[in-house]
Design a protein around this ligand. Structure first.
Ligand code: PEP
Ligand code: MN
Length: 346
């Protein structure tokens, strides 16, 4: 259910509607928009009595949202969500491409700083690196945990890049939210509903990766879990799905980019590293992702990929990453030029 307020509705009127909604046992989600404020209503108590809300002052109309996802939907919020990071120019979901780069895992202070220096110089706005690694084998490197998070925090300090790192359970999420700027929920946890709810109570933005067998609806519903708890800063990320194709690690499903953008206001990024699993395919698929309209990229980079403790095969050398940034910026500039021409013509 969605309450659409009048364009001139006062803050007090919006507050009164929210209080009414909460008093009926539902949750109210005020969503300011360019034209007017809308209030999303969620809860599992059955249908809200529409007339009760319709007669309140400042209310324009009350609409039933028929889609299963509500708060992630463009019906509820037509304008794109843009996530900002205080103290930096970096944004996710705005007109500029957001480029998140770094190693798969933080392996040591030296390794992480060496990669950070290179990706920063090449133009990445965000640094990534796992401190908690969800590995297929229990005997594989599991990440440096708290020590890794401290290294990431030092990198943020030194290079002024917000850092993105994965939380794999409730315990690690508590730690990650203290040190990182964005909390990643990985593909293997996309349907860990209790973790999603916990992420929804965090003050940090959430980078939610698509599960390797998730449909578009399942992906959006996973995001809905986070928003339903009050955290509206969710960034979606396509990272490839399992198919019969065996020339790549996963099949990068770029068609999900326009599909998400049609239905949802949330930003969608593409991870061509996990999406292909092969270094030589990362640049071409990055170009394709940006051409398809992705709002940014998540790319793995390593200064010595042959000795990386995880995902060396798909990690770019720093020079390749610099080439990637140059090439995607050209594509992005063409698209932006075309977009402004198109809007000027209207
Ligand atoms: C990662 O980003 O290193 C990672 C493990 O990603 P995914 O969850 O997409 O496999
Ligand atoms: Mn990885």
């Amino acid at each position: 259910m969605l309450v659409v307020m009048d364009a001139h509705a006062s803050e007090a009127q919006v507050r009164a509607v929210c209080e009414k909604v909460e008093s009926l046992g539902y949750r109210a989600h005020p969503i300011p928009g360019a034209q007017r404020t809308a209030i999303g209503i969620t809860g599992n108590q059955g249908l809200v009595e529409v007339a009760t809300l319709e007669e309140m002052s400042g209310v324009q109309e009350v609409i039933r949202v028929s889609k299963p996802y509500k708060l992630v939907s463009r019906d509820v919020k037509p304008d794109n969500t843009v996530i900002r990071f205080s103290g930096t120019e970096a944004t996710i979901g705005g007109p500029d491409l957001a480029i998140i780069a770094g190693p798969c895992a933080v392996e040591s202070r030296e390794q992480a700083f060496a990669v950070a220096e290179q990706v920063h110089r090449a133009g990445a706005q965000f640094f990534r690196g796992g401190a908690f690694k969800p590995r297929t084998s229990p005997y594989a490197f599991q990440g440096m945990a708290l020590e890794g998070l401290k290294i990431l925090a030092d990198i943020r300090q030194q290079f002024h890049m917000p850092v993105v790192t994965e939380a794999i359970d409730h315990e690690s999420l508590e730690m990650v939210e203290e040190y990182a700027d964005v909390i990643q929920i990985g593909a293997r946890n996309m349907q860990n509903f209790s973790l999603l709810r916990r992420a929804g109570r965090s003050v940090r933005p959430i980078l939610l990766k698509r599960g390797m067998a998730a449909t578009l609806d399942e992906f959006l519903m996973a995001a809905e879990y986070v928003l339903s708890e009050g955290n509206y800063n969710v960034i979606l990320c396509e990272r490839g799905v399992r198919t019969f194709a065996d020339h790549t690690r996963n099949t990068l499903d770029l068609s999900i980019v326009p599909a998400v953008q049609r239905l949802s206001h949330l930003p969608i990024l593409v991870d061509p590293s996990h999406g292909t699993g092969k270094r030589d395919k990362v640049i071409p698929m990055s170009l394709a992702a940006v051409a398809a309209g992705a709002q940014g990229l998540v790319v793995e980079v390593h200064t010595d990929p042959d000795h990386a403790l995880s995902d060396g095969n798909q990690s770019l050398f720093p020079e390749q990453f610099a080439q990637l940034v140059g090439e995607v910026q050209q594509i992005s500039a063409v698209l932006r030029r075309n977009a402004s021409r198109a809007s000027g013509a209207r």
